[in-house]
Design a protein around this ligand. Structure first.
Ligand code: C2E
Ligand code: MG
Ligand code: MG
Ligand code: MG
Length: 288
């Protein structure tokens, strides 16, 4: 049966199965044609330099508007795509969208794209990224690839070689969700990251909690600086947390305080305005 075939194989509808499993499979089936049916889109969330309020870039985040179920979170459908072999296609589509987007922004504004560990460990990943850069004409240094600690669970020789090849292309590598893995420090030693993204679980509400979170963030910043890496704090929602991140020397800020993920037209307005106010709503338009 599908189960015996193992994970990654049961990507078809099998009516005899338990309803929860069936529901998952229905969703997987729907995801198969989602790009062709124009149900996926990419939204862009601002990343701001902590020192002033200048735009550093945007993170590209995929969205799925399901015709019957409405919006489905990437936290739900990305794992599905990973399990049944669709992440390569979805991820490559997002990459092309993001590179198209960054062309419309000022030269010093970057775009960050999330790479699933499965994409990262695909032996063709360097060619895929290279081809996308060539097709779009975007300078490699304007592309940041966000990778989670999950990439290190695979064969380490292949992983090491991939890091080298991607760095040789000239793209920037970001370690996403830093601090949530099992051996975060070991990973820093292994790979040539340009930036560390401090996980939201350390950031959100840090100013109003005990100072343990602040102590951890301070240590991450010190470490990153001595390794010549930038830092970005993700999940900054309040002025107090923003102030704390600045006091701790975090170099970039991402969070609802500077903007939610928004469609390309809105992101492009923001990009050309060059700077953004904390909680400033002057650029936020209501959805029509
Ligand atoms: P991530 O890469 O860590 O992305 C950050 C997530 O935090 C986004 O959720 C973003 O909307 C949310 N976020 C940012 N600032 C704040 C804040 O101030 N407060 C709160 N509450 N949330 C904030 P989103 O878009 O739902 O994405 C969730 C995860 O799905 C991403 O986490 C990433 O792991 C994955 N994902 C999204 N798009 C892609 C994609 O194109 N490819 C891959 N492989 N994964 C993706
Ligand atoms: Mg990310
Ligand atoms: Mg993250
Ligand atoms: Mg995450």
């Amino acid at each position: 049966a599908a189960k015996a075939a193992g994970r990654g194989k049961h990507c078809f509808f099998e009516p005899s199965m338990h309803s929860e499993a069936t529901d998952r499979q229905l969703l997987e089936n729907d995801l198969r044609g989602a790009i062709e049916r124009d149900e996926l889109s990419v939204v862009y969330q601002p990343i701001v330099r902590a020192a002033g309020e200048e735009m550093a870039g945007f993170e590209a985040l995929v969205r799925w508007q399901h015709p019957k179920r409405g919006a489905i979170s990437p936290a739900q459908f990305i794992p599905l795509a990973e399990e049944c072999g669709m992440i390569g296609k979805v991820g490559e589509w997002v990459l092309h969208q993001a590179l198209h987007a960054v062309r419309q922004w000022p030269e010093d504004v970057r775009v960050a794209v999330n790479l699933s560990p499965i994409q990262f460990n695909d032996p063709r990943i360097t060619e895929i990224v290279d081809a996308a850069l060539t097709a779009s004409g975007v300078k490699p240094s304007r592309l940041e690839l966000e990778i989670t600690e999950g990439v290190f669970l695979a064969d380490s020789d292949i992983t090491d070689a991939t890091f080298t090849r991607l760095k040789d292309l000239g793209v920037r590598l970001v370690l996403d969700d830093f601090g949530t893995g099992y051996s975060s420090l070991g990973y820093l030693k292994k790979a040539p990251f340009d930036k560390i993204k401090i996980d939201q679980s350390f950031v959100r509400g840090a100013a109003s909690r005990s100072n343990r979170n602040a102590a951890i963030i301070r240590a991450i910043v010190t470490l990153a600086e001595s390794l010549d890496m930038d830092t970005v704090a993700e999940g900054v929602e309040t002025h107090d947390d923003l102030q704390l991140m600045r006091d701790l020397g975090v170099s970039q800020i991402q969070g609802f305080i500077f903007g939610r993920p928004s469609p390309l037209e809105e992101a492009s307005l923001l990009a050309s305005s060059r700077s953004v106010e904390a909680d400033g709503h002057q650029y936020v338009r209501e959805p029509r």
